[in-house]
Design a protein. Structure first.
Length: 250
């Protein structure tokens, strides 16, 4: 896990972020906040954590997304009293005893804690196994620029608030929530064999059905067309079967 911390300071920091991210910043009162930024068309740009540190807010994002996110934030900043600063602060995580000053991962209790600072260490947890068990997407793997966050389960992960005011991409997200039934999205599948991340999934009749992503413990996270999800799908040399709701780890 390689992360980048961007420190955001200035008198208009909270107002600035509130108009951009999918979550309500009032959640910072409770610790770590999981959220995302979207395009005006409602598609994923980046997911990240926010945490209040004194008068600043730290933004914890996948390092590969940091340059483009920083550029986007700077574009929206205009003349607001907001300063964006890249830092060398380290991010650690684990599922064992919670270190002092660590924060609970808000996406799911099984994801443990995150710690920010110059000293610390990960505890060797297999986070892919946890992510797959609970169908939790990862930046740059399941979460890509063509993603709609509701198809990725952000409402289930606490990464979107439907009661807050407007933010970039809010109209499309709200419409998907209230006016349509999702026809595609991330879901759990049983995987018999292995296949590279990104392998296309086809039905037994050879029709495109989706894509297989992270796999662990005989299961995988797949992006599927729900109308084509059926037993004995194929992903490369692996057989893929959709899991019923009562087979999922909750």
């Amino acid at each position: 896990m390689t992360r980048k911390i961007i420190e955001i300071t200035g008198s208009e920091t909270e107002h600035f972020l509130q108009g951009l991210v999918t979550s309500d910043l009032s959640g910072l009162e409770h610790g770590l906040l999981y959220t995302a930024m979207l395009t005006p068309q409602g598609k994923y740009l980046a997911d990240f954590f926010l945490v209040r540190q004194g008068e600043a807010i730290w933004l914890d994002v996948d390092e590969s997304l940091a340059p483009s996110l920083l550029k986007r934030l700077s574009m929206y900043k205009l003349r607001a009293d907001v300063t964006l600063t890249e830092t060398d602060i380290q991010v650690y995580r684990g599922t064992g005893p919670t270190p002092e000053s660590a924060f609970a991962d808000p996406r799911h209790p099984d994801l443990g804690w995150r710690l920010y600072g110059s000293e610390g260490g990960d505890d060797g947890t297999d986070f892919d196994l946890i992510r797959v068990a609970h169908c939790i997407p990862e930046s740059g793997i399941e979460l890509t620029p063509d993603t709609f966050i509701l198809e990725a389960g952000f409402d289930r992960l606490g990464g979107v608030d439907f009661r807050k005011g407007c933010y970039v991409g809010q109209e499309v997200t709200a419409r998907m929530r209230h006016k349509t039934e999702l026809r595609k999205g991330l879901t759990l599948v049983a995987v018999h064999g292995t296949a590279p991340v990104g392998t296309p999934i086809t039905t037994a009749e050879g029709k495109p059905a989706g894509t297989l992503f992270t796999q662990a413990g005989g299961r995988g996270i797949a992006y599927l067309r729900f109308d084509r999800a059926a037993p004995s799908m194929q992903a490369g040399d692996a057989r893929v079967d959709p899991l019923q709701v009562d087979e999922r780890v909750e």
